[in-house]
Structure formats: C-alpha cells, structure tokens
Design a protein around this ligand. Structure first.
Ligand code: FAD
Length: 259
C-alpha cells in the first residue's frame, strides 16, 4: 500500500527540495512529490555554475559587496551575508556527495569562471551542465535512502491547515496536503505536520521563458492560501540569450556565449 504519512512532506524535486530531503532524512521520514519526473525543474537546466568566494585573493566581503551592488540596494543584508559566507561549505557538501566540479588541469584546483555582476573569478561549474550534474548526484542519494519516499507525477493542489478544517487550536497549523496522482487522476490526502514548499518560480506566467513548464507558481499560491507571507514576486529572471523557436520550447544558449 502507498504510504501517505510523513514527518516532512517536501513538494518539489529541484535542488532546494532534494538537498532539504538529504539533510533531514537520517532523522525523519521524508516524502517528496513532484509534478512530473524527478529531474524536471529549473535546477536541471542551470548551466553556468555556483558562486563561491573560495580563492585566497577573493575575500567573502567582496562577494557580499558584488551581490549588494548587483541588487541595487534591494538585497536583504542578512541573507546576502549568510549565503556568501556559507557558499564554500555548500560546495564542499556537494563535492563530498561526489559532484565532480571541473578542475584546472595544471593544479587540480577548482576551475573558476567569472559571470555577470562578479568582480572575481568565483563560479564553480561542471562544464556547462552544472545543475544537471548536481541534481543527478543528489537523486542517486535520494533513491538509495531508506527514509525517503519519492512520488513522481504527483501534483500538490493545496495545503491542509487547522484553520481551513475549522479545528479550534490557538495557532494555525499545517496538517498535510491534497495531492493529485496524475497517473490515476485521484486526489489523495497526505498527512504531515511539516511541509516544505520547494516548488520553484512562476515564470510560466510569461509567454516566453527559459524556465521549464513546471514553473507555474502554484506552490507560492498554496503558501499564500495557507497563510504564509509572499514577497518579491516582481523579481523574475529573464536570460538575454535564448534560442527562440515558434513551435518548440525556447531554451537558454550556453552561458559561454554571454561571456
Ligand atoms: C535555463 C536556466 C539556467 C540557470 N542557470 C543558473 C546558474 O548558472 N546558476 C544559478 O545559480 N542558477 C541558475 N538558474 C536558476 C536556478 O536553476 C534556480 O534558481 C534553482 O534551480 C531553483 O531551484 P528550486 O529547487 O527552488 O526550484 P526548481 O529547480 O524549479 O524545482 C521546482 C520543483 O517543484 C516541482 N513542483 C512545482 N509545483 C509543484 C506542485 N504543485 N506539485 C508538485 N511539485 C511541484 C517541480 O516539478 C520541480 O520538481 C538557472 C535557471 C534556468 C531556468
């Protein structure tokens, strides 16, 4: 029988959902649901790489300043500092999982490139398919972990909360989610007191985007309906170099071209 009760239910199988699952799975029973296949996500299409100030000539303060400058005064300072200060640790975690970042032939150090907004060479990458390479390694770990159940072709429809169920407890609490099983067309009830919304962005509200078809923002809408705060919806990334085809999906042309 299919299991529908978890300590933590993660909605979304991009790098946010998969890495959260791996961080929790040694102590909690985790369910991951995703709209289509595990790999279908923006994460899979990310090419250029991961920014991290790891070279001795590149202090973390420089990464923080570059980020703030690129953000034109709109960055959240605490988050900017947290992300820049922890990026080396995050890269180490990925390398320990086996992600094979491209190395310099001469000294076997990480090969770093430079991208828009960065004053230093600080982009670690796996050739030109970084997101795919990272996701493949995380998926390998996810599929072999005894505490993780993966349910593909399962679309989260709504979060169940105590308030919606008219249960009289002091604080509005998450109880689970309604999930559409796209294989049999049934909406199933999953129970969990902790839900992670890792459903990515909402770029498909635009006619042309390099994001995949799953980026429809329904997770953000679910969070809003459950009483979460929603912020920064006006920030959407558009890639300037995109191959346009009238009939097919538009896709990003290599980051190298921009360089
Ligand atoms: C072409 C491209 C190139 C990029 N290049 C880079 C780069 O070089 N460097 C960089 O740092 N970033 C890059 N990005 C951005 C980066 O890929 C994203 O910021 C990141 O991958 C987002 O990860 P995520 O896990 O939050 O979301 P995603 O990877 O988009 O995952 C969302 C997941 O949620 C699932 N989902 C959505 N709604 C539901 C639902 N209702 N029910 C069930 N599942 C649902 C989807 O199926 C998917 O599994 C790029 C993005 C694109 C599109």
């Amino acid at each position: 029988m299919k299991k529908t009760n978890f300590d933590v239910l993660i909605i979304g199988s991009g790098l946010a959902g998969l890495s959260t699952a791996l961080k929790l799975a040694d102590h909690k029973r985790i369910g991951i649901v995703c709209k289509t296949e595990l790999t279908e996500s923006s994460s899979h299409w990310a090419q250029g790489g991961v920014a991290a100030a790891i070279s001795p000539e590149d202090p973390i303060s420089s990464h923080i300043n570059d980020t703030k400058n690129a953000g034109a005064g709109l960055c959240d300072e605490d988050i900017t500092e947290f992300v820049a200060s922890n990026s080396e640790k995050a890269l180490d975690w990925l390398m320990n999982l086996g992600v094979n970042f491209t190395k310099n032939k001469q000294n076997n150090d990480l090969h770093l490139t430079r991208e828009g907004g960065h004053s230093q060479m600080r982009i670690a990458h796996v050739a030109d398919t970084t997101g795919k390479a990272i996701q493949e390694h995380l998926i390998k770990r996810i599929l072999s972990h005894p505490n993780i159940t993966v349910l593909e072709h399962h679309i989260a429809v709504d979060i169940i909360t105590s308030e919606k169920m008219k249960i009289d407890i002091e604080k509005n609490t998450c109880l689970g989610a309604y999930i559409l099983n796209n294989k049999n067309n049934h909406v199933e009830t999953f129970t969990s007191n902790h839900i992670v919304l890792a459903t990515g962005g909402a770029s498909k509200v635009y006619l042309y985007t390099t994001n995949p078809d799953v980026s429809t923002g329904d997770g953000i809408a679910m969070g809003w309906r459950a009483g979460c705060k929603v912020a920064n919806m006006e920030f959407v990334q558009f890639h300037p170099t995109c191959l346009f085809d009238e009939k097919d999906r538009s896709f990003l042309i290599s980051e190298d071209l921009k360089g």
